[in-house]
Ligand binder design. Structure first.
Ligand code: F6P
Length: 329
């Protein structure tokens, strides 16, 4: 009942992308804008995430603003990380700006940092709906996050290329992939690229002797390369390469894939999920469901309360880790 009363007041939505960009964000913006316009809502685009909201970088969005963007990487709205928004003063100011611009609800596209920002705004009386978009796949409430598929495919192709030259030179290669706290990209690429070792921030104990033993043992069986996928959260790939080379006597090189993993044209999967999730965000508002996050769980698009979603924990599946170890023997 309360939800419906609030809904009756929603005439204008604001849409923003925040935190690290991810391929497919544009498809999510497009779906959000098109669905909102189709439902008779006004749409205001907010540039550069929470920072842009505080700077009042706000403009009215029409259909043409989202033409020709579904295939593009990055985000046409821009994004930023915003320390000012972490402070209560920033949140109060942001809510005032929303009211002044007659923004009744914000659709925030991003990772869990974006969700926390949205919840801060909710506490200031602004309605919010979040859409999960991060290459890291580390949002607990959902099985899928927009951008993950593109990122792992970009990384996988790059790792295949490093593997070619690694074999030719009979080297050991450490390839560092993104993921500060979460090892999903490392795990998926490690398995898909047939890596000999996969280092996940969730499991790594910084003890290198097993790695060294593995490299020496594999070389004795005639393996021409040794691929180690290292997650960004563990890092120090260059120093690790130097230590491994000294300990094994094998030429060892580090390659840090870095931001290339966040760019590029989104895959079909990312465009599709982003499109459905963007549309769903507006459907939720139209059904009077507020302060929710869009999720994909158990094979279905669904939604969850934003506070509940932020309280959830996600953990890499032990069985998948076990499989990855078995296959890298
Ligand atoms: O967006 C996720 C992510 O790419 C992480 O994998 C990485 O740790 C982080 O963002 C890097 O953030 P920044 O763009 O601030 O360097």
């Amino acid at each position: 009942m309360v939800e419906l009363e609030i809904m009756e007041e929603i005439e204008t939505i604001g849409v923003l992308t925040s935190g690290g960009d991810s391929p497919g964000m544009n498809a999510a913006i497009r779906a959000t804008v098109r669905t909102a316009l189709a439902k008779g809502l006004k749409v205001k685009g907010i540039k550069k995430g929470w920072q842009g909201l505080l700077n009042e970088e706000i403009f009215e969005m029409e259909k043409h603003h989202v033409s020709d963007i579904i295939q593009r990487g990055g985000t046409v709205l821009g994004t930023a990380r915003c320390p000012e928004f972490i402070q209560p003063e920033g949140q109060i100011k942001a809510a005032e700006i929303c009211r002044r611009h007659q923004i009744d609800a914000i659709v925030a596209i991003g990772g869990d940092g974006t969700y926390r920002g949205a919840l801060d705004l909710v506490r200031q009386g602004v309605v919010a709906i979040c859409i999960p978009a991060t290459i890291d796949l580390d949002i607990a409430s959902t099985d899928y996050t927009i951008g993950f598929d593109t990122a792992i495919n970009t990384a996988m192709e790059a790792i295949d290329k490093v593997r070619d030259t690694s074999s030719s030179h009979e080297r050991c290669s450490i390839i560092e992939v993104m993921g500060r706290d979460a090892g999903y990209i490392a795990l998926w690429c490690g398995v898909a690229n047939g890596a000999e070792d996969i280092l996940l921030p969730e499991h790594y104990d910084y003890y290198e002797q097993p790695l060294i033993n593995n490299i020496i043992a594999n070389r004795k069986t005639g393996k021409k390369h040794h691929i180690i996928i290292n997650a960004e959260g563990i890092g120090h790939s260059d120093a690790m390469a130097r230590r491994i080379e000294a300990a094994t006597g094998l030429e060892t090189r580090a390659t840090i894939l870095g931001y290339m993993q966040r760019g590029g044209n989104p895959t079909c999967k990312d465009r599709y999920y982003a499109s459905v999730m963007g549309s769903k965000a507006i459907e939720l508002l139209c059904e009077g469901k507020i302060n929710r996050v869009v999720v994909y769980r158990n094979g279905q698009f669904d939604d969850e309360d934003i506070t509940v979603a932020l309280g959830m924990k996600k953990k890499i599946d032990d069985y998948e880790v076990e499989v990855s170890r078995l296959l890298s023997l």
